[in-house]
Design a protein around this ligand. Structure first.
Ligand code: COI
Length: 354
């Protein structure tokens, strides 16, 4: 399939101060679009000026949330090259989410090529200040105009781009996480491992409560026993206890993060013991209280590697590793970002040039 290109007549002014980008507030001049219907499959692939999507108020995605999305980043290297980090994994995961949401599969190689074409057109939007990148948001929405509950017959796929800095206002300073037993994000047999808007909607109420209490995010426990750690919602979670790395095993209700997988792969490469297993929140709290060497960090495309300095559990604030960035957290942050920005070798073949 050809990708047609219609360029914008006028281009937006790019942000003057890249140190103030924040996350997901500014969008580039163009976007990629593609449509699906049962007769033609995915068709009408096109790069067009960025702009609003006009929808009938009865469009299915607005009512039943049948949609998936992805998050990845394009990085500008010191030499000025543009590169992606494991983009094939993201499109592969998008198809896994599609299966769970009854959305038709897409050609992963084709959408990656289309993304690269969009990035080449928008290359001047990729920021170069330290810690900045171009966030990429591929999304698929159900577009049938119908109010019955069933899977849509038609869909729209689009990719938008946003120059970003740090996801959390704290930057790389430790964040505060609220552990709740009162709220549940996803349960066994549900769609917690899909990257779909409903999972994020389910997290909002507890997220607001956490913010009211001065916490950045919610740490979700399993939906059955409310005992085992799952994820943070905007990132996966890792614990280092006396030098051993532990992350919750993927159980169907946890998002299989690409950064999560990369941390595990680097740990194996460096011979750092790393377990994917069930871990209870009590085990973590007891380790910290027993004076063990504890680090907690989150991993995600948007969050990169994000140190956790405090957790509130059972109304108690527990300081993790004196609220400092621990050595393992820093090691993973440096290694991943050095690969992503082309400052270091790419030992596992993760970089894709644009
Ligand atoms: C990402 O890390 O790309 C995410 O999608 C997390 C969040 C911003 C929704």
């Amino acid at each position: 399939m050809e990708v047609t290109v219609k360029k914008a007549d006028t281009l937006k002014t790019k942000p003057a101060d890249q140190s103030k980008l924040g996350f997901g507030q500014i969008f580039t001049d163009h976007m990629f679009n593609m449509d699906y219907n049962p007769e033609k499959g995915w068709h009408n692939a096109r790069i067009e000026p960025y702009g609003p999507i006009q929808m009938d108020p009865a469009t299915m995605v607005l009512h039943y949330g049948q949609a998936i999305f992805e998050g990845m980043k394009a990085y500008r290297t010191e030499k000025g090259d543009i590169q992606l980090f494991r983009p094939r994994e993201n499109f592969h995961r998008a198809n896994a989410s599609n299966r769970m949401l009854c959305i038709p599969q897409m050609d992963e190689g084709f959408v990656l090529d289309a993304l690269k074409e969009l990035l080449r057109l928008e290359k001047d939007w990729i920021p170069s200040a330290p810690g900045t990148s171009l966030y990429i948001r591929p999304t698929i929405i159900a577009t049938d105009v119908f109010l019955g509950v069933r899977a849509s017959d038609t869909y729209r796929f689009f990719i938008i781009l946003s120059p970003v800095g740090a996801y959390y206002p704290e930057g790389f300073n430790p964040v505060k996480i609220w552990v709740t037993k009162r709220h549940v994000r996803a349960v066994r047999g549900g769609i917690g491992e899909a990257k779909t808007p409903g999972n994020y909607a389910a997290s909002l109420y507890a997220g607001e409560k956490a913010h009211e209490e001065g916490f950045t995010q919610v740490l979700w426990l399993d939906g059955v026993e409310q005992k085992y750690v799952e994820e943070v919602g905007s990132m996966n979670i890792f614990f280092a206890i006396d030098g051993e790395l532990i992350t919750p095993v993927l159980n169907g209700s946890i998002l299989p993060g690409v950064t999560r997988d990369s941390v595990i792969a680097l740990a194996r490469l460096w011979n750092i013991p790393c377990a994917e297993r069930r871990i209870s929140i009590d085990e973590v709290v007891e380790a910290q209280k027993a004076g063990k060497n504890v680090e907690i960090f989150g991993s995600g495309t948007a969050a990169v590697i994000s140190p956790v300095g405090t957790i509130r559990y059972n109304d108690e604030d527990i300081s993790i590793g004196n609220n400092d960035v621990g050595p393992l957290t820093l090691k993973f942050y440096n290694a991943l970002t050095d690969i992503q920005y082309g400052r270091a070798e790419d030992p596992l073949g993760w970089i894709e040039k644009v």
